[in-house]
Design a protein around this ligand. Sequence first.
Ligand code: TYD
Length: 211
Amino acid sequence: MSGLFVTMEGTDGSGKTTQVKLLKEYFESKGFSVVCTREPGGNVISEKIRNIVIDSNHKEMGSRTEALLYAAARAQLVYEVIIPTLKRGDIVICDRFVDSSLIYQGVARNLGIDKVADLNLFATEGIEPDITFFLRLDPEKSIERKKQLNKLDRIENENSYFHKKVFYGYIELAEKFPERIKIIDAFADINTIRENIIEYIEKLLLQRSVL
Ligand code: TYD
């Protein structure tokens, strides 16, 4: 597939959404066509699944159900948006992807990374990001930020032990796949974060001889 697939990962409230927007602007300034999307969601069916999975009234939801719902939402996004965009040779920037499930469901919910990876291999038809940014922000700070912005969803409402597991899970995963996952200090100011991300992107575009 000829397009470029970029994903943004991080704890809740780490500033992913802002950076997705800034990265889109960067790509467009270079003349690329970009589709930005988010998980869970990004199309009619997956947004409906999102509403079910993050609804804080659904306290009885089992971890396996949760993992399957995220994978189902992802399967539809891959099928409907990601594959067609990459096939056209365009760029996809996705706010969260499989890594989120590996960490939130595999590590924090204790389902096991390998099991969750298998489930997602089926859901994604094996599509993998070309590059992933992990916005590293202290879990306490991220949840604090989120609380100030809006009401917490079902996952954000988990205790601080859960969010710590998510944070350290990401660090371990990034250390395991340093070629793909780049750790970005998300405590820095917005513009510094943007520049750090773009530095990696420019390297990647040069490797592909498109800059
Ligand atoms: P998201 O919309 O990214 O929340 P935020 O913008 O607040 O970071 O994701 C919603 C919640 O779903 C978030 O708490 C993380 C969680 N999540 C998983 O647990 N597994 C997944 O596979 C995905 C994509 C998200």
